[in-house]
Design a protein around this ligand. Structure first.
Ligand SMILES: C[S@@+](CC[C@H](N)C(=O)[O-])C[C@H]1O[C@@H](n2cnc3c(N)ncnc32)[C@H](O)[C@@H]1O
Length: 207
């Protein structure tokens, strides 16, 4: 069953409506589009998470914005980049999003936000996330869009999220059936909503 759609205002009635995109923001295929990035930044600004975890760094535009609009330490995981000794051992098969950056995180390197950001390398499906158990206040799942990866990232994130934390999934849309299937399945265990006019799904931990 698809998860219910709710408006942003229903879920976040106290959210401000500031314009939050940084002046040198530029959209590239594979990034969050501006209206979704803006929404995530406004939620980060409002909730002020201390520890953020992003699955799928890509160019690092979202990473940089989330760091800028919070005082959080931002962890972000992506596959080893070309040139890294482990690069050839990775298998990347992602029909929905075949974006594999030659330089993950390029948009935050050499920025003021870089000091808040910890880049992690590896395949999120094999990575041991135990050091992050129950400690993440804000998470975004946006790495490999195949069902088994999204399910694995979702199971991991639920063990990483701190009481009262928030989890977003990007690409909750018919063009990414693996994401929809995994999110719908996880929603049988925890409450998840689709945010109207976006491709974002969200879980608010109520412990
Ligand atoms: C859609 S992009 C992420 C966009 C980014 N979150 C943003 O908002 O700009 C997907 C990223 O996930 C990475 N990726 C794909 N499979 C992965 C895996 N198994 N583990 C970690 N990262 C993966 C890709 O290399 C790519 O950089």
């Amino acid at each position: 069953m698809p998860v219910p759609t709710v408006s942003t205002i229903e879920l976040f009635p106290l959210l401000g409506d500031e314009t939050v995109l940084l002046p040198d923001y530029s959209y590239a295929y594979g990034n969050l589009p501006p209206h979704e990035l803006e929404l995530l930044c406004r939620i980060a600004l409002y909730r002020q998470p201390k520890r953020i975890f992003e699955f799928g760094t890509y160019l690092g535009e979202t990473t940089r914005h989330l760091a800028h609009y919070s005082e959080a330490t931002v962890y972000t995981i992506d596959l080893y980049p070309p040139g890294h000794p482990q690069y050839r051992h990775q298998e990347v098969v992602d029909a929905q999003s075949d974006v594999v950056p030659s330089s993950p995180g390029a948009r935050f390197l050499d920025t003021a936000e870089a000091r808040q950001i910890t880049q992690i390398w590896g395949d999120s499906r094999c990575f041991d996330f135990s050091e992050f158990a129950s400690s993440i206040d804000f998470a975004l799942i946006d790495a490999n869009h195949n069902y088994d990866y999204v399910l694995s990232d979702s199971r991991n994130v639920l063990s990483m999220i701190a009481p009262g934390g928030i989890v977003f999934w990007h690409d909750y849309a018919s063009y990414a059936p693996g994401v929809m299937k995994a999110v719908n399945e996880v929603s049988e265990e925890v409450s998840i909503f689709h945010l109207a006019e976006t491709f974002l799904a969200v879980h608010l931990d109520d412990r």
